[in-house]
Design a protein around this ligand. Structure first.
Ligand code: ADE
Length: 254
């Protein structure tokens, strides 16, 4: 999988050299390129923004550096992946579609994603039109209903969520199956040894006995109940959504 990131702050993406993602890069599973958007300007000040037409607060990102950057990144990607290759261009944006586990699943199967990190008030609307008219697949993705200073932190989160689903990145593929959101439910509670633990306040805390029973069928049923109860308590919206779809949550119905 190839990933390109266009940003004014390449250093923000440094954590992608660490841990599982860093390992996936070193192993050649993920080919990640971070580009400085200012490299696609031509004036002495390397200007990427200007005041909003029509007035208003803040600054808007100019279209020219973006268009040039997309052309260069697409050329570089095609030189590597073949002339037929087409990227998905993702703009992290609080006004985008919510990024969820299903999105991560879908995008983890892509050969090539280009992330475009906006800053300031946002990017000139004509950049999106230019890409769409050129036949480029564009997605706006939101991490949640709050505003970050730019797309970089969202790219860190989205890249981690995607790349860990690429086969070979997470050693134990089974751990991907049971985790929160993989089935539209939150994960059941986890315990490890010691099964009886006295906490620093002197309270004895026992792990649920069923987990020591060795009865894998009953353990699986207990875990599923716990997942459903937790989801009902913390995220009832997820159960309602899965009931509408007719999957995981539907089993709660008598
Ligand atoms: N950029 C700024 N805020 C954002 C958010 N909530 N999600 C994705 N990208 C963003």
């Amino acid at each position: 999988m190839r990933i390109d990131v266009l940003t004014l702050f390449p250093e923000y993406l440094a954590p992608l050299e660490l841990s599982l993602i860093g390992k996936a890069r070193r192993e050649g599973i993920v080919d990640l390129h971070v580009h400085q958007l200012r490299d696609f300007t031509h004036d002495r000040h390397r200007t990427v923004d200007d005041t909003p037409l029509g007035g208003g607060a803040g600054m808007v990102m100019k279209p020219e550096p973006w268009a040039e950057a997309f052309a260069a990144v697409q050329a570089a990607g095609r030189a590597e992946l073949g002339e037929q290759a087409r990227p998905l261009v993702v703009f992290p944006n609080p006004a985008g579609a919510p990024f969820a586990q299903a999105t991560a699943q879908e995008w983890s199967g892509r050969d090539w994603i280009v992330f475009a990190c906006g800053r300031y008030e946002g990017i000139d609307e004509r950049v999106y039109e230019h890409l769409a008219d050129g036949g480029v697949e564009v997605a706006l993705a939101s991490l949640g209903d709050y505003v970050l200073n730019g797309g970089e932190v969202a790219v860190l989160a989205i890249t981690e969520a995607i790349v860990r689903l690429v086969p070979g990145v997470v050693g134990n593929a089974e751990s991907l199956v049971e985790e929160s959101h993989s089935e539209g439910l939150l994960e059941y509670p986890l315990y490890t040894r010691p099964a009886s633990w006295t906490d620093p306040d002197g309270t004895l805390r026992e792990a649920p006995e069923i987990l020591l029973s060795g009865d894998h069928g009953r353990i699986a049923a207990w875990r599923r109940e716990q997942s459903l109860a937790r989801t009902a308590q913390r995220r009832p919206d997820l159960l309602e959504a899965s009931e509408r779809r007719g999957d995981a949550g539907a089993v709660t119905k008598p």
